[in-house]
Design a protein around this ligand. Sequence first.
Ligand code: FE2
Ligand code: FE2
Length: 317
Amino acid sequence: MSIETARAALATLGFSISRRIFLLRDMSSRCQIQANALGATDILPADVPAVVLLERIGLLLAPPDQSDSAAALGRRFVAASAALSDLMGAAEAGAGLPVRAIEDSVTALNRAADGGDLNAWLDMVWRHDDATYQHCLLVSGLAAAFAQRLGFREADRRLIAEAAVLHDIGKARIPLDILRKPTGLSAAEREVMRRHPGIGHDMLVAQGGFAPAVLAAVLSHHEYLDGSGYPQGLSGSDIPDPVRIITICDVYAALIERRSYKPPLPPGEAYAALVAMGGKLDRDLVRVFGEVVLDAAIMRLGQYGRPVLKRAAGQVA
Ligand SMILES: [Fe+2]
Ligand SMILES: [Fe+2]
């Protein structure tokens, strides 16, 4: 049964179900993503002990506490994750991207950014075990927080979040053996990988209805101000602000992500690496971005007492 069929079947039920526990025989990331897409509030293995299941049901039946910002953020994360699953599934299948899923995702991201807890968002991202989804949710969370910090009006915040959600949509058409290769890519494989911005851009143009800023971010998020990026080798004023914003979030995300061929950098070191890229990135924007990610890191420092920022402190000022 496809996700769409299952969702349609759920919608025909004569009562509304706001909370759903999914028991999965297969706990692979794919099945969990599908459960999230169907609105799972909680996911457990099918052979979970009855006492654990009853405890989870009890938690769900407790009256929702609107003041519980952690629970609200969790729901927003699930919504964004489910919307992303819809998008990637449609892109893989060569179908039109579901506009409603994009809107849902953008709304969830901006509400999460309003909540101001970037650390909690990152913690949820790290629990997602599919690297491509993890990356998209990470870039999206960072971009939404960045746009809020920049003081953008609502319409521009939505554009930035939409650009972030879609920035790597072209990867849905890159062969999985290249996308998930555990070691470094060969020159030929890198060439294929580097097609993803153009593929994503062409998908959006073919569908129509996307804002120029979103199209530009999808096509040009690997361009650098000094002309050393790809696919077009754009430089300086040819790269508009929304693209520069997504690029900064994308580079930072790659630095703090765990990849099979490199360990994740702590926030302070990742930010220092961003600063060290000098004229490749917009220095003014990098400065403001530091307020977003280092504030979050300082909050964490207070939480756990770990000196994560020591090394970067001199380079950030
Ligand atoms: Fe990309
Ligand atoms: Fe990316």
